[in-house]
Design a protein around this ligand. Sequence first.
Ligand code: MSP
Length: 502
Amino acid sequence: MARFYVTTPIYYVNDAPHIGHAYTTVTADALARWHRLLGDEVKFLTGTDEHGLKVKRSAQSNGLTPLEQADRYSARFRDAWALLDISNDDYIRTTEPRHHQAVRALMQAVYDNGWITLGTYEGRYCVDCEAYYSEADLADGGLCPVHKRPVDLMKEDNYFFRLSAFADRLLEWYEANPAAVTPEPKRNEALGLVRGGLQDISVTRTSLDWGVRVPWDESHVFYVWYDALINYATAAGYGSDGASFLRWWPAVHHLIGKDILRFHCVYWPALCMAAGIDPPSHVAVHGFLLVGGEKMSKTAFNQISPADLVPVFGVDGYRYHFLRDQQFGPDGEFSYEAMVARYNADLANNLGNLLARVSAVVHTKCGGTGPAPRADSALAPLAAEVYEATAQAWARTAPSEALEATWRLVRAANAALEAAEPWKAEPGPEVDAVLGDALEVLRIVAVLASPALTRAPAEIWRRIGLDDDPALSRLPEAAAWGGYPGGLAVEKGAPLFPRLSA
Ligand code: MSP
C-alpha cells in the first residue's frame, strides 16, 4: 500500500489565519482526501511555528508572554481549519515537548556528524523574515527586500551549519530526483540558488531565549527556521518513535508558498543529509494569492479571512473556488466577483442544477425511483477519460486541472439531458435510460469531487438513494461506469448551491 504523508508549512503565531494560509492548507487537505480515496495510507500534518524573535516581539506588543501569544493564535489556526473541514491527522506546535526532543536529537546528529562549527555572525537581520540578508540582497535604502522595512544590525556568536559543503550533494539529489521540487519553474529557481553558491548558515542564537535549547551548549537556542523545519520529522516520530519514522519518512510531500522555497528546497534537504536521513521526497511550491495586486499582510491591511467568505459561499463554495480558480504554481489574484462567478457557473448552474433536474424528472416521469444507467451509454467512455485526467492532475498537484476534468462529466450530463429533454417525453425506457445515465454521473462525480467538496457529495448520494459516504469509496473501482444500481428512491430537495447575486 502506498503511503502519502502531506504537510503544510507551520504558520507563525503572530498573525491571524487568512486566505493565503488557507490556500496551502485546503490544497493539502484535498490531496490527503484524494489519496485516502486511492486507498493510500495517509498522514496529514499542519500546525504552528511558535518560537523566534518575531513571535516574541509580537507577544510583547500585545502584553502577553510568548506562550500566551502562541496559545491564542495557535487556537485561531485550529479554529480556521475546523471551519474549512480540514482533515489533518496531527496538529503540531513547536512549543510541545515532543518537538523540543526531536529538534535536539536531529541537530545533535548533525553536530556529531561534524557539520556544525562555532563562529561569529554579523549581518543585517529582518525580524519579519527571521532571516539574515547580505548587503547585496537588500532593497534600495538598505531595506528588507520582502518587507521594505529597516533591518537590524546583529552580531552574535553562533553555531554554523556547514551548508557550503552540501552544494554538490544537493545538485546530485536534484539530478537524481527530477520531480523532487514541482512545478518546473520552482525547481529551476531552487537549482539556481544551489548553483549560485551556498554560504554556511548560522543556526543558533544567543540574543534570544524563546526557542529550543542547543543540547551541546545550553547558552544558545536554535534559530527559529532550524527548529521549524524539523517539525515534519517530529510528527513522523523522529527521536521518539523509530518505527513510525521509518514508516513515514521519506514519503513526505511538503506544500509550501514560494516565499519559503529556499528554506525547504535548499536548507532542509541539506540538513536532512547532514543528519543522516533522506531528504523529503517532494516539495510542491505555489505562488501567492494577491489581493489588489499585493501579497496579503498585516501591514498592507488587505487580509481576508476564511471566516469572511464561508458564510456567503459555504465551506464547499469556499474550497471549490480556491482549488479550481487558483492554479497551483503561479501567483493568482483573489477576486470576490470571480468567486461569485465560479460558484454560480460550476456549483449552482452545473452540479446543483444537474441534481435538481434529475431528481425533479425522476419524480414526474419515474415515480420517484431512480433508473439504472445504460452499460453502453455515450457518457461511459467519457467517464473513464475524466477519471484518468482527474487522477493524473491530482498526482501532479494540479487541483484546478483535476476539478476542470471532473466537471467535464457534469457538463456532458447536463448537455445530454438538454438534448434528450426527458421532461417533455412520455415515460418509458428512453426516459429511464437518460435519467439512469445522469444519476450515474452524479454518483461518480460525487466521489471525484469529494477531495474538494466536503459536504455536497454525501448529500448528493443521499438524495439519489445511496447510503454510504462517497468519501469512503475506493478508487479506481468507484469511478467505473455502472455502479448506480437503479431502483432506489430519489429525493427532491432544496437547491444544493443556491445561486448568488454578484
Ligand atoms: N513559519 C513559517 C513556515 C515554517 S515551515 C517549516 C512561515 N509561516 S507563515 O505563517 O508566514 O506562513 C507561510 C505560508 O503561508 C506560506 O509559505 C504559504 O504557504 C502561506 N501563505 C501566506 N501568505 C500567502 C499568500 N498571500 N498567498 C498564498 N500563500 C500564502 O513562513
